[in-house]
Design a protein. Structure first.
Length: 193
């Protein structure tokens, strides 16, 4: 029996939290006068929430043996890996642009003598590599998990094709309702008159 791979949630969440604490120690209180100061906390927060969402998807897919959710999980993992690669570059740019800036009293926005990027860069690189590796492993294990979950479905539902098709529709609609709602919601893009 294949086991469902766990996303890299504990290590990524811990590393993102550590980077956020280091960032908050690096900046001075006046940094929030600049919009760029919100990039690091928001980016790390979104990344952590994405990893926690992956954990929930993993537990739910394993609990109900939803073979469609496996592929949703693969897509979400690939998106999270792409996001973590972009996160590294965005945080580096943000940190570099905060260093020369000053507040209205001509005080530095950050502790200039403290090498922030040198301290957090390895941790962010580990997060990126770990997320990409976990995404590749999950995509590699997805066909085996699909076969295993299909066999569990066959054992519990029945070999009748009509019942399997009904169960398939149920899994699509239940498997990830936020994706179904997102596909059905089309914002009105008409230009204002």
């Amino acid at each position: 029996m294949l086991s469902f791979p766990r996303p890299s949630h504990p290590a990524n969440t811990l590393l993102n939290s550590t980077v956020l604490v280091v960032y908050l120690n690096w900046v001075n209180p006046a940094v929030y006068e600049v919009q760029r100061a919100f990039v690091t906390p928001l980016t790390l927060g979104i990344s952590t929430l994405g990893v926690l969402y992956q954990l929930i998807l993993t537990l739910d897919a394993y609990r109900i043996k939803n073979h469609i959710q496996i592929f949703v999980q693969c897509a979400a993992n690939v998106c999270l890996a792409i996001s973590s690669v972009m996160q590294y570059k965005e945080l580096k740019d943000s940190a570099a642009k905060l260093i020369p800036n000053r507040d209205r009293h001509q005080n530095h926005l950050v502790k200039v003598d403290w090498p922030f990027w040198d301290k957090v860069s390895p941790g962010l690189m580990v997060c990126t590599i770990q997320t990409c590796i976990c995404s590749a492993v999950l995509c590699g294990l997805a066909p085996g998990l699909y076969r295993e979950f299909s066999w569990a479905l066959y054992q519990h539902v029945s070999p009748d094709r009509k019942i399997q098709n009904k169960y398939f529709v149920y899994q699509v609609s239940y498997g990830n309702p936020s994706i179904v709602r997102g596909c059905l919601y089309l914002p009105n893009k008409t230009p204002p008159s």
